[in-house]
Design a binder for this molecule. Structure first.
Ligand code: XMP
Length: 326
């Protein structure tokens, strides 16, 4: 549409003026904001941009592939992938406290990003073009208040790609600074980004690491990823994606209950569904999803995911509950 086209051209022009011939890097999280910011900068300065994707192994099913394959195919962006799954699992071993998990994930993320950054810097310097700019997907609401989900910062230590430490070596490029979320999505669509990325609901920077209540292990991540994929697929099939703000799916890894499945007794873990409606994530209400949808999700998860014998629904508003369990 006319307005989106304008925003796009105007931003591309501005980015060109700011960056000139210099090199620039951008971290991709898998989320909408960093993807649209990167795609805009790519449109403006092409291969002067290198994107960095730290794969911490805490994303949901299919999300790493959407960045590494679909986003790259849609934009032609130059991408550096840091495969860091083992690093994060090692750092999280034996840790159950939610704040400790958040801090460890945030810390390792910054370290991994800086290592990737150094490798790219070396290449760029060898080519005689040092990197001078860093792209951040800051939105307008982040600028005015420290708004949106960020408001939770006092309750939970927040982590996202926009929260990288201010690196004095770089000048910031913030092409989304004047935009609201719906405008960002419109620009993303205009740039031809995959619908799965443009339409993505909010997802916390620490990812599935804070949706496992208890220690994070490879097997538990695998289990939660399966359960989450089923819940999301059924929500989409029911045509209700736009009726919920987000639907965290949580594994209670430290809880077991008795069940009966197939030929006998089981002693498995519960999965919690946490569908919420919200305007800005500061307050939220639990979504009244149709019972038949809940029944389908529950049946499929208990049938298809080994180790889960119970699915429960979180019927708490925010406050008093937060949206995420950790
Ligand atoms: P809570 O759980 O505090 O979450 O009610 C409010 C919103 O923020 C998201 N969230 C995060 N987003 N980094 C993020 O980028 C984080 O560390 C983080 N923690 C929570 C949460 O998914 C919800 O949308």
């Amino acid at each position: 549409n006319w307005t989106t086209g304008n925003i796009l051209e105007e931003q591309v022009q501005r980015i060109r003026e700011q960056i000139g011939d210099a090199r620039v890097i951008c971290g991709l999280s898998g989320g909408v904001d960093s993807a649209v910011a990167a795609a805009l900068v790519q449109r403006a300065v092409g291969d002067q941009l290198t994107c960095v994707f730290v794969d911490h192994g805490l994303l949901r099913e299919g999300e790493a592939e959407q960045v590494e394959r679909d986003f790259v195919a849609a934009t032609g962006v130059r991408l550096h992938v840091a495969e860091e799954q083992a690093r994060f699992l090692d750092a999280l071993a034996g840790v159950s406290d939610p704040e400790d998990k958040r801090k460890i994930i945030g810390r390792e993320f910054i370290r991994a990003f800086e290592e990737a950054e150094r490798a790219i810097m070396k290449e760029a310097e060898a080519e005689g073009e040092p990197i001078r700019f860093l792209v951040q997907g800051t939105l307008y609401p982040d600028v005015v208040e420290s708004g949106g989900g960020e408001g939770a910062a006092n309750i939970k230590s927040h982590h996202n790609v926009g929260g990288l430490p201010e690196d004095l070596r770089f000048e910031l490029v913030e092409p989304l600074r004047t935009l609201f979320k719906d405008e960002v999505r419109a620009v993303g669509a205009q740039l031809g980004l995959p619908a799965e990325i443009v339409g993505r609901q909010p997802f916390p920077g620490p990812g599935l690491g804070i949706r496992i209540v208890g220690e994070v292990t490879r097997d538990r991540l695998e289990l939660l990823r399966r359960a989450d994929a089923i819940a999301r697929a059924e929500l989409t099939a029911a045509g209700l994606d736009n009726d919920v703000w987000q639907m965290p799916v949580v594994l209670l890894a430290d809880v077991r209950s008795v069940g009966v499945q197939g030929d006998g007794r089981t002693y498995g873990h519960p999965i919690v569904l946490r569908p919420v409606s919200s305007e800005d994530a500061m307050t939220a209400d639990w979504s009244r999803l149709p019972y038949d949808l809940l029944a389908r999700i529950s049946n499929r998860i208990t049938n298809e995911v080994d180790g889960v014998n119970r699915v429960v629904l979180d019927v708490t508003s925010k406050p008093p509950g937060t949206i995420e369990w950790e």
